[in-house]
Design a binder for this molecule. Sequence first.
Ligand code: PLP
Length: 378
Amino acid sequence: MKPYGCRGDAAPPLGPLAPTLARATTFAHESAEALRAVGAGERPGEFYARYGHPAARAFESAVAEAEGCDGAVSFASGMAALHALFCAPLGEGPIAVARDLYGGTMAMIDKDLSRFGIRVVRFDPFGDLALPDHVRLVHIETPTNPLCRVVDVARVAEVAHAKGALLSVDATFAPPPLQRVCSLGADLVMHSATKYLGGHSDAIGGVLGGQHEQLAAIEGFRRRTGGILGPDTAWLVARSMKTLALRARQQAETAGRLARWLAGRKGVAAVHYPGLEGHPDFAVAKRQMELPGAMLTFEVLGGLAGAARVYDRFRVIGRAPSLGGVESIASLPLHTSHAMVPPADRARAGIADGLIRLSVGLEPYETLAGDLERSLSA
Ligand code: PLP
């Protein structure tokens, strides 16, 4: 038995139909030899909850199933998963990261990884992909936060693999079945499970999916550093995985309708949604995604003051950070996801002060369009 959940692990529909929740931190066995064999992974069974537990395994195997990869390793947050990705022993050499990443990921790279001797170089995932030699890991996000740019995963995978590097993708903005990045050439997929996988704004978690060889190194790192997802939260996100495909497709369909409506609305300066023909990555999104996601960003006239005026009038859409829940929420990237990013870097990335990021939930289209219309007509 692997210490993490694998594709095909899901129990046949006999016995309990919900995942098993064991809050136990430790598990007893019948003899010294039995305990030794379970601890060494030679015999199936639970050992110590920092090494794995039933609810984490249920969540991990559901992620592996949805992503179509060998298995998955879960963590206490998306940031803990990224920390493991960058620090686990996955080869030698520097890491190359895309310039367009979640602000928290950039902050960890700048403030923490550098202190531990991990060399990180940046590259433009939409440019000529000039990567240094001896790079061990190439990391991108798609769609990107907050402008929903879609990186051509197969193109980056080809270049990364030619350098002997692994490719990891933060796919938090579009979960399966909207995209399956491992089928496009990525070696590892990462999610903040806090977002779509959990889906109900009630659980913080993270996960890395991929092939057994890399997952063994990542699970060893998790065991040594202790960042595993706890049982109660793992149970919640395992339960949520059962409705992921339905939620994701419905939310993306509503987002597409709202994006088209916003694009024709007076007072909206720009709409960033990869399902719109004018989006720079429309063709890539069409090729590599089933649907272009349920995240969209729009820019109103009047900069930050204009955006805040519209934002403060929302009655249905929640004013909160985060994304991916069944309830629609909006944030101003300037104050939330990208508050940690220096102004010059924000300007270079095209993150305008008047940007509003909308995570479209499961409310009816008419309800959300009504809330936006009333707020924009202020
Ligand atoms: N990656 C992306 C794209 C995110 O948007 C976030 C959080 O907003 C994270 C990673 C970090 O996830 P968590 O908040 O679960 O640590």
